[in-house]
Write a protein that binds this ligand. Structure first.
Ligand code: HEC
Length: 168
């Protein structure tokens, strides 16, 4: 097995990449004469992932579940979140509706906002999900660790980046 195929196999074994997911992430394919089709495609994916896709690009469905989870994101307490499956009047309006946010902000911008919304507004009400820096009076359950891991934030950002249409 060559290096790239080995890497691909490892990623697959770890469940880090599945074919459906990689297909979305694949950059223009390189041809590799003589290699078996599937291996070539996987190798391309691995190359594309390491070169082009941010390490956190992951699972939008898991992101949506995290946003809904009251112990995790609980985002709809402040935002209207299209697709979250809650009635509109049960969702908050302290923050802007997230309809169309994927057209307004890039994946990296979404990731940064969710990690620490203070980068956009030092006085924001939005909790910094990915850092504990500068926080005081933190609930003991969350003390010393962020609410969401970078991977979880990647999943949430992936869901939001798919929200490219404004609400009617
Ligand atoms: C306590 C209320 C609150 C919670 C909870 C909250 N937000 Fe926010 N969010 C805000 C406010 C207020 C803004 C408006 C900008 C600002 O003040 O930072 C905002 C802005 C945003 C923006 C930028 C929107 C735009 O159009 O520019 C994104 C993206 C976002 N929030 C995502 C999330 C996600 C994802 C979660 C859950 C993981 C979340 N927010 C939880 C209050 C909240």
């Amino acid at each position: 097995m060559d290096m790239e195929a080995h890497l691909a196999a490892t990623l697959l074994a770890e469940g880090g990449v599945d074919e459906e997911r990689t297909l979305h992430l694949v950059a223009p394919k390189r041809s590799k004469g003589g290699t078996i089709m599937a291996a070539t495609r996987l190798a391309c994916c691995v190359t594309a992932l390491s070169l082009a896709a941010p390490a956190w690009a992951q699972d939008p469905a898991r992101g949506l579940a995290l946003m809904r989870d009251s112990q995790k994101g609980n985002c709809s307490i402040c935002h209207l979140v299209p697709g979250i499956g809650l009635p509109e009047d049960a969702q908050g309006n302290i923050g802007p509706s997230l309809a169309g946010v994927g057209a307004r902000l890039s994946l990296a911008e979404l990731h940064a906002r969710i990690t620490d919304a203070r980068i956009g507004n030092p006085d924001t009400m939005m909790p910094p999900y990915g850092t504990t820096e500068g926080l005081v009076d933190v609930d003991p359950r969350y003390r010393g660790r962020p609410i969401l891991t970078p991977g979880e934030i990647g999943d949430v950002a992936a869901y939001l980046s798919g929200l490219t249409e404004d609400a009617p």
